[in-house]
Design a protein around this ligand. Structure first.
Ligand code: KMT
Ligand code: NI
Length: 207
């Protein structure tokens, strides 16, 4: 796993788009994202059990497997969307990128490889793409069936109750007086966990 700020440069979605500015796993946690390295399926099963997951499937995203619909599928996965439930993705082979939005709508790009597992919280806006090797095999784990649907971003989805609760939880650390180029520091009372503690602007440059 490697996480960094998306460079917002034009080009193929499958290019790295690496701004060179890393994002650490504490920051991912503040967004409600959990990351685990799972060299065996036992660890995946344990996480799934603890978080009450009931369903799973496997998907191979590649031109070999998908044929003519591959390009359309990859474009579809790259539409910004959310789910009304948590989603777990466990990478079995190949590589891919999950892009996730922070509270300011900046993109964090998370590059995943074999044995990486991420948990995306309900209500977080995200999108997915393969990389230039055009191959990933992943296990998708779902809590329930009905909420598998991706809800593409649009004004009424911004008002969705799952979006609203996610946004409120993740914005706890947002100090609106802090310009984006400055580092936010969490309050002394900050406890590890979700939602994160309050934060204040340090006046120090981010990058
Ligand atoms: C998603 O949520 O966009 C996906 O599940 C993409 C395919 S999983 C590698
Ligand atoms: Ni999704």
């Amino acid at each position: 796993m490697k996480a960094y700020w998306f460079d917002n440069q034009p080009g193929d979605q499958r290019d790295d788009h690496d701004s060179g500015k890393l994002v650490d796993s504490d920051y991912l946690r503040d967004l409600g994202i959990l990351y685990y390295r799972c060299p065996s399926i036992d660890e995946v099963d344990a996480i799934a059990k603890e978080r009450s997951y009931k369903n799973r499937d496997e998907i191979t995203v590649s031109p070999e497997k998908m044929g003519d619909v591959y390009e359309d599928k990859v474009k579809m996965f790259f539409n910004e969307h959310l789910h009304e439930d948590e989603e777990i993705r466990y990478i079995l082979d190949g590589n891919g990128f999950f892009d996730v939005r922070n509270e300011r709508d900046d993109w964090v790009r998370i590059r995943l490889e074999k044995d990486d597992l991420i948990v995306l919280p309900a209500g977080i806006y995200h999108r997915f793409t393969t990389d230039t090797k055009n191959y990933i095999k992943a296990m998708r784990l779902f809590k329930e069936d009905p909420q598998w649907t991706p809800l593409n971003r649009r004004p009424e989805v911004d008002e969705n109750p799952y979006r609203q609760s996610y946004f409120q939880a993740s914005s706890v650390m947002l100090d609106l007086s802090c310009p984006p180029q400055h580092v936010l520091r969490r309050s002394a009372g900050y406890m590890k966990g979700w939602p994160p503690g309050h934060a204040t602007c340090t006046g120090i440059d981010n990058f």
